[in-house]
Design a protein around this ligand. Structure first.
Ligand code: FA5
Length: 341
């Protein structure tokens, strides 16, 4: 083949090459050991000096152009091989929507109800001192009531804020009562949700990390009837049905009298079911009238002010409301669980 013939053919062939294999064949055909252009370049040495000077640069320039054309076409073919044509008529991929955790859904509802009842929502800390978690709640060091809440103690790092106090992960939300009363004057009504921790055995209804909602109302002439009204109003709004409440005598050192609040089983309406263990009642919260000693700790005059408080477990309420059989599901991270809410 002459240089002219090569020029006419090679670029057309490169242009038509459909894949890398074909391109390699073209390279071998023209630039391989016995390729047409290689043969011409090899034969240059047999030409006269004059002819070599004339043909040499043309042949070398052509070789360079062919090499470049092969390289460019190869790049094009590689990119094209990776590119998959898009069928615009295909339905798009469905993107999974995020879901709110059932406790978040419940908390939002609770805030709304207490908001309507004139309560303020207060934030509180999960790390507490022994004083706020126990002493100021009328639970002195040797008091047997401390055994009610097995405690996760924290090493005190000696920081000024910790003030050489014994630190712990709060075992209940009740310390918020003291923090709030130390800084505010009555009358007020507050609720404070938060995580609490207890060093105890885990089972279907007990976790070591769970949530409580603390409620505290302090005013003049507050009595048990006011207390019962708020509890009833809250649960009836929460379950959107008529609920009965029962106050059973109980003991918490920071209230007097202390009670356990039971609500009528919202699932079976007191006909008897596995949820209420056929009793018709479900234990839902610890509660009582604020103990005068607690008022003394925060500098309130107990003869002037009265109050009631309760603390309820949010997981337990969510379990009843959403029919969740096991408390361990809340922290399981199982998306099949979360996607139901
Ligand atoms: C208290 O924690 C008191 N601070 C409540 C209180 C507040 C009494 C104000 C008086 C005045 P108790 O230990 O009973 O009480 O816990 C309250 C609620 O937390 C229980 O009714 C239950 O719903 C929930 N609870 C208790 N332990 C666990 C646990 N291990 N896992 C999940 N929920 C729990």
């Amino acid at each position: 083949m002459t240089i002219e013939e090569i020029k006419q053919q090679v670029f057309e062939e490169i242009g038509h090459a459909k894949d890398i294999k074909k391109l390699e064949e073209i390279r071998i055909k023209y630039l391989g050991r016995k390729g047409h252009l290689t043969n011409i370049l090899k034969s240059l040495k047999n030409l006269s000096l004059e002819e070599r000077k004339r043909i040499g640069p043309i042949a070398n320039e052509l070789r360079e152009k062919v090499e470049n054309a092969l390289k460019e076409k190869k790049e094009f073919l590689v990119i094209n091989a990776e590119f998959k044509p898009i069928d615009l008529t295909l339905p798009g991929k469905k993107i999974q929507r995020g879901h709110l955790h059932p406790l978040t859904v419940l908390e939002k509802q609770i805030y709304e109800i207490f908001g309507q009842l004139g309560f303020e929502i207060i934030e509180s800390s999960e790390i507490e001192t022994e004083y706020y978690n126990f002493d100021a709640l009328n639970i002195p060091p040797d008091h047997p009531a401390r055994d009610m809440w097995d405690t996760f103690w924290i090493k005190n790092d000696g920081s000024p804020k910790a003030k050489n106090q014994k630190l712990l992960l709060r075992t209940h939300t009740s310390p918020v009562q003291i923090h709030y009363m130390e800084k505010h004057e009555p009358p007020f009504r507050i609720v404070s949700p938060g995580t609490v921790y207890r060093y105890e055995a885990i089972d279907a209804s007990h976790d070591i990390q769970f949530h409580q909602l603390e409620c505290l109302v302090v005013d003049k002439n507050i009595n048990f009837a006011n207390f019962k009204f708020i509890v009833l109003a809250f649960f009836q709004k929460l379950f959107s049905k008529k609920i009965n409440v029962q106050f059973v005598p109980s003991y918490f050192p920071f209230v007097e009298p202390g009670v356990q609040i039971n609500i009528s089983c919202p699932r079976c309406n007191q006909k008897g079911c596995p949820l209420c263990k056929n009793t018709g009642w479900i234990e839902i919260a610890g509660a009582g009238m604020v103990h005068p000693k607690v008022f003394e700790y925060v500098g309130y005059n107990p003869k002037e002010w009265q109050g009631f408080a309760f603390g309820m477990g949010l997981e337990r309420i969510a379990m009843i409301k959403y029919n969740i059989p096991d408390i361990r599901l809340f922290n399981s991270g199982d998306l099949r669980f979360i996607r139901q809410f």
